[in-house]
Design a binder for this molecule. Structure first.
Ligand code: ZN
Length: 348
């Protein structure tokens, strides 16, 4: 069967293998036919050789962690043939650490977790894959065109879960949410904010292309100005750019008792001149919280599946900039200027 693979650590080793072996029985009892795979920045980092790890004893890694498939067989009876399913990306570390032992692999403390298509487990960019029932998340049949958005949505479902837990430390009546960055993660974070009934603002550099319209369609306000020029103080910020200046400015911009969730990964290596004392003063005197958030556990995947089920299918579909058949796989992994989410299609 066909599989999209790389040799981790070797730049530009992307290759479609035509005779990749069928998934091994020990990968899981549920056999799934791959429908589509979402492509994201992590895939680009793996292809450039900066990131990624092949399974033990293998040289190549199958890509793909944003999955959508259709169940072919499930002898456990957990799912039925024909059901739509997505595979949870991260598996707990073998020790396991206290968090992984409690099913909180997103909070793994020792870094020995594994991840499909990223770290030591084959990905979902192959015609068929297998998964164990605890890692198979069922999707509403109406999500047959956009179910590969479940993985990025799980990331923002976790961010919102932690924001709301932190908010419970005192009386908390948030009204204004600022999302910085209108890529897939930022737009899905804004979707979940809109579903909660907040006044939602999204800030991004782009002044043309699809982003402003996608934001307006959520009933949210689009801004293309520096953070310090915004004329409001957000109660909640979801920072999805990882751009150092934006990260620092949103920390200063948050309202009293504000919560800033950092969900963008910076590349690092660049220093900027900044008054750290003034930031500390503002965080302390306003009881502000800044925290980082990555990955998601099964509870968040289920929250995400519910959020997608309640979203406008046309809006979700408009996040998909291009759908590329697997025969043209290289195009799916080349970024276009107005791309939001590119999808590699195996079967439809
Ligand atoms: Zn762990």
């Amino acid at each position: 069967m066909r599989a999209v693979t790389v040799a981790p650590g070797t730049a530009n080793s992307l290759e479609l293998i035509e005779d990749y072996p069928e998934p091994a029985a020990e990968e899981g009892s549920i056999l799934v036919e791959s429908l589509a795979i979402g492509v994201c920045g992590t895939d680009h980092e793996i292809i450039s050789g900066e990131y990624g790890e092949a399974p033990p004893g293998e040289r190549r890694l199958v890509l793909g962690h944003e999955s959508l498939g259709r169940v072919l067989e499930d002898p456990t009876g957990t799912l039925q043939p024909g059901d739509l399913v997505a595979g949870i990306v991260r598996h707990p570390d073998p020790v396991p650490c206290p968090n992984c032992a409690a099913g909180e692999w997103d909070m793994c403390r020792n870094g020995r977790y594994t991840e499909h298509g990223i770290k030591a487990l084959p990905g979902f960019a192959r015609e068929r894959w297998r998964i164990q029932p605890p890692y198979a998340v069922p999707l509403d049949r109406a999500l047959g065109q956009v179910g590969m958005l479940l993985e990025p949505t799980s990331i923002v479902a976790k961010a919102w879960d932690h924001i709301e837990r932190i908010g419970q430390r005192a009386v908390w009546q948030p009204k204004i949410v600022l999302v910085t960055g209108a890529g897939p993660i930022g737009l899905l974070a804004a979707l979940l904010a809109a579903q909660r009934g907040f006044s939602v603002h999204v800030l991004d550099l782009a002044t043309s292309g699809p982003k402003p319209e996608l934001v307006h369609a959520l009933g949210a306000t689009y801004h293309s100005v520096p953070v310090h020029d915004l004329d409001f103080e957000p109660d909640v910020v979801l920072e999805c750019t990882g751009a150092p200046t934006v990260v620092l400015e949103v920390m200063c911009k948050a309202a009293p008792n504000g919560i800033v969730c950092l969900a963008g990964v910076s590349s690092g290596g660049r220093t900027i001149d900044f008054d750290a004392g003034a930031l500390n003063r503002s965080l302390v005197l306003e009881n502000n919280v800044v925290f980082g958030s990555v990955n998601a556990n099964r509870r968040h995947w289920e929250l995400a599946a519910d959020a997608l089920r309640r979203a406008d299918p046309l809006w979700l579909n408009s996040l998909i900039s291009r759908r590329v058949p697997v025969s043209g796989y290289a195009d799916a992994y080349t970024s276009g200027p107005d791309d939001i989410k590119v999808v590699l299609e195996f079967a439809v």
